[in-house]
Design a protein around this ligand. Structure first.
Ligand SMILES: *Cc1c(COP(=O)(O)O)cnc(C)c1O
Length: 359
């Protein structure tokens, strides 16, 4: 028999990762932490490395207990995954495979889209309104899962918890998945998080160690959900998907509140500065509560190339489903200086009108 991939896989456009820059300071394409991980993480990894001949704890119990305390939920409401991306795939298998239906924003977080197409489910993409989720329009879609990324990637915009609460009441979706990869960078994370809504029985919250904790390379994230959802996903997961080093690193990372605060305050300060640099150079910037900003750039390629020449890698909007924009991750202080130089050079070259251009 001739080997053929399942026909519906043709819909999937492969994920295109951000390009690396010449220097770590110039890396502004993948929303990684410019300050790296807590120094406690390296020590925890060294200790854990002595036991790498053993299989990891399948459910990451030590970490789950810590997380349950932190969020005021029970450990059985938490599932730890190989990055939150793994958990998104598990959700698709369990709730979307064979005739399921998901609703998300357009542009979407790419993994929400890929995982839905993977299981041949229907995806309704609802265009953003003023760069933010149009929850009112999304609520009218009868779907198994509604994905809300808050703050959103790639725009950095938020909808308030009050808005999400109304969405939970009005949406007919079976499960509302709120992806909070960037919630730590919001002006008030406690006020924004949908964690208090998990008790409604229809809300699940995704978190990751890849952003504020700087552990993108370890691959670890988690879901806080109603117990039946966690029990279902446990049936479908690979038992050892989360490595022992990742578990040890995550535990060390969440215990270091000082590092969390430092990354957070650096990000909030530099985000303002990045926004100002682009605005002074004549660009419009979407209001961001994340560790990146989305810049409107009608001449997207020209801006990307110009920044590249200055040693800066950013993410072209075209690769994120939002052409005519460029997504710039909040850099280190040295990265900020690179950016300032590059934009000053550009401002000298082009009149402001040529940069903002016609909409
Ligand atoms: C970065 C990001 C994640 C994190 O994914 P991991 O697999 O945990 O690294 C999740 N959701 C969104 C929207 C993101 O941008």
């Amino acid at each position: 028999m001739k080997l053929q991939p399942r026909p519906w896989l043709e819909r999937i456009q492969p994920y295109r990762p951000g390009r690396a820059a010449a220097s770590s300071d110039g890396s502004m394409a993948s929303n990684e932490s410019p300050l790296g991980a807590s120094s406690h993480v390296a020590r925890a990894l060294a200790t854990a490395s002595r036991r790498v001949h053993r299989y990891p704890d399948p459910l990451a119990d030590d970490l789950r207990i810590l997380l349950a305390e932190r969020h005021g939920v029970e450990p059985d409401q938490i599932l730890v995954g190989n990055g939150s991306d793994e958990l998104i795939f598990l959700l698709a298998w369990a709730y979307l495979a064979q005739d399921g239906h998901a609703v998300c924003a357009d542009p979407a977080y790419r993994i929400d889209e890929i995982s839905t197409y993977l299981v041949d489910a229907r995806l309704t993409k609802v265009p953003l309104r003023d760069w933010a989720h149009d929850l009112e329009a999304m609520a009218t879609v009868g779907a198994d899962i509604a994905y809300v990324v808050n703050p959103h990637n790639p725009t950095g915009t938020i909808r308030s918890r009050a808005d999400i609460e109304i969405f939970v009441k009005t949406s007919s979706a079976g499960l509302i998945v709120v992806d909070e990869a960037y919630v730590d960078f919001a002006d008030d994370p406690d006020d924004l998080t949908a964690m208090p809504l998990v008790g409604s029985g229809r809300v699940a919250v995704l978190r990751t160690f890849s952003k504020v904790y700087g552990l993108a390379g370890l691959r670890i994230g988690y879901l806080v959900a109603p117990k039946p959802v966690v029990a279902t996903l446990r049936k479908t997961r690979a038992p050892f998907s989360v490595g022992a080093l990742a578990q040890a690193g995550a535990i060390a990372a969440i215990r270091d509140r000082a590092h969390w605060s430092e990354v957070r305050s650096h990000t909030l300060r530099c985000r303002r500065e990045v926004q100002q640099l682009f605005e002074q150079a004549g660009y419009l910037v979407a209001p961001s509560q994340a560790n990146f900003v989305l810049v409107e750039a009608p001449y997207e390629d020209a801006l990307v190339t110009r920044l590249e020449r200055a040693g800066i890698a950013v993410r072209p909007g075209t690769t994120l489903g939002i052409p005519g924009t460029v997504r710039v991750s909040v850099p280190s202080d040295a990265g900020l200086r690179l950016l300032a130089q590059a934009l000053r050079a550009e401002a000298d070259r082009l009149p402001a009108s040529a940069q903002t251009g016609p909409k």
